[in-house]
Design a protein around this ligand. Structure first.
Ligand SMILES: [Zn+2]
Length: 423
């Protein structure tokens, strides 16, 4: 089957997402990540359509487009140019050079394949239906994965409301698997989890994944009861920092609770880079850098045929994205289709505008992001500590209204202390 579409994009993550979208739409597609090799590949493969990113090292998308359209061998190939919203001048030039359409960043994952299909239809290409077995076997019953939110405030500050149904504790979410207990972040909510673990005595080994070392993500370690109990094993994983070893960072976080004594529990440390790790049999954890100051990680957990993503400190650019800001696409490629996404929804739109580039998102940008990336359930976390229950209630309603208005197939809830979920 000849290649119908060639995508030229130097960014491996955005490129992979584009590839997947076109493939899912039923077309044959190839990705070229080195723009210098694009002309040769296009001449060899003779696709019906090329999708060119404007900003690339080597040859940029516009120069490439001009080359293709002024060469008799390639001039008939249709072209779509990918650009940021704010790049009007580039768009006009692309049109003059013969581009037929534009795809704006951040991607609309529904509109993208539709545009591709519309152009290919003019060449007589219909999407190939993906063959499914005539009678799919009945779905086997999968064990339930239980999750609990133990803390979801941005800081434990004195500014917090005195009484709140959403809780005052900082970041901590647990995920119970048949063969392990995974804990995301060690904010003050971790102490509540520790109390419950000691009460039930069920799990003696924990996997704690730290997104970063801001206090609201590690302050729970100091008072964590399991760390003072010799019967526990803590596997603690965090980002490899350029200037401080993980051991020092974890020791500093544990220290205030021990008054100088080494913790009696068993501790194993794991320094993470942007990579996928098999942490337990059949349990894979992908760590990736989130858009937040410092080396901050986000996580995607794949286990028992489900995917759970946790990205509590992460600034989505949404409609404010410039062509250079493709974080939304990157993250989309990493969490797309996940069963549950815990994501930063710290601000109202208004407060986000006043706090741009601080590493946190507007909750509506998070809803749009989750809706566009086929997330099944979104849990908004990292609420601003100054927000009252009334404000948070309103945000919850507005999030649901947005889902209905846009027709997303998405369930959205605001995280609160003690919230239990299953997937
Ligand atoms: Zn935080």
């Amino acid at each position: 089957m000849p290649t119908q579409v060639i995508i030229v994009d130097d960014d491996p993550i955005v490129g992979a997402l584009s590839l997947e979208l076109v493939k899912d739409a039923g077309f044959t597609v190839m990705l070229v990540s080195d723009s210098l090799k694009a002309v040769d590949t296009i001449k060899k493969e003779k696709p019906s359509l090329v999708v060119l990113d404007i900003l690339m090292p080597g040859i940029d998308g516009l120069t490439l487009l001009h080359k293709l359209k002024s060469d008799p061998e390639t001039e008939k190939i249709h072209a779509i140019v990918v650009s940021g919203k704010s790049f009007e001048a580039e768009k006009n030039r692309a049109r003059q050079f013969g581009a037929e359409d534009f795809i704006e960043k951040p991607y609309d994952v529904d509109a993208f394949p539709q545009k591709i299909a519309a152009i290919l239809k003019t060449e007589g290409h219909e999407p190939k239906k993906i063959a499914r077995p005539p009678s799919a076997p009945p779905p086997e019953v999968k064990p339930e994965i239980k999750m609990t939110v133990w803390g979801c405030r941005s800081t434990s500050s004195a500014m917090s409301p005195m009484v709140t149904r959403y809780g005052k504790h900082t970041s901590c979410v647990s995920v119970e698997l048949a063969n392990g207990l995974i804990v995301f972040d060690a904010g003050s909510g971790l102490i509540l989890l520790g109390n419950e673990l000691q009460k039930t005595g069920k799990r003696k080994e924990l996997w704690i994944f730290l997104t970063h070392f801001h206090p609201d993500h590690v302050e729970g370690l100091a008072g964590f009861p399991c760390a003072r109990d010799a019967s526990y094993t803590l596997n603690i994983a965090g980002a490899r920092e350029p200037d401080k070893p993980l051991e020092e960072l974890v020791a500093a976080a544990l220290e205030p609770g021990f008054g100088g004594d080494a913790p009696p529990c068993k501790i194993e440390l794991y320094e993470l880079i942007e990579q996928t790790y098999e942490i337990l049999p059949g349990v894979r954890m992908s760590a990736f850098y989130a858009n937040h100051p410092g080396a901050t990680l986000g996580f995607s957990l794949a286990a028992e045929d489900r995917k759970i993503s946790y990205v509590p400190d992460s600034e989505l650019y949404g409609e404010f994205a410039t062509a250079l800001q493709d974080y939304d696409e990157k993250l989309g490629g990493l969490v797309r289709g996940c069963d549950v996404l815990f994501h930063d929804g710290r601000y109202t739109d208004e407060d986000y505008r006043a706090n741009r580039n601080s590493g946190h998102s507007s909750f509506l940008a998070a809803v749009d992001f989750a809706g566009r990336n086929d997330v099944k359930q979104l849990v908004l976390v990292h609420h601003d500590d100054r927000y009252s229950d009334e404000t948070l209630d309103k945000m919850g309603k507005a999030a649901e209204a947005r889902v209905a208005e846009k027709g997303y197939k998405l369930k959205v809830v605001l995280g609160r202390e003690g919230l239990r979920l299953s997937a």
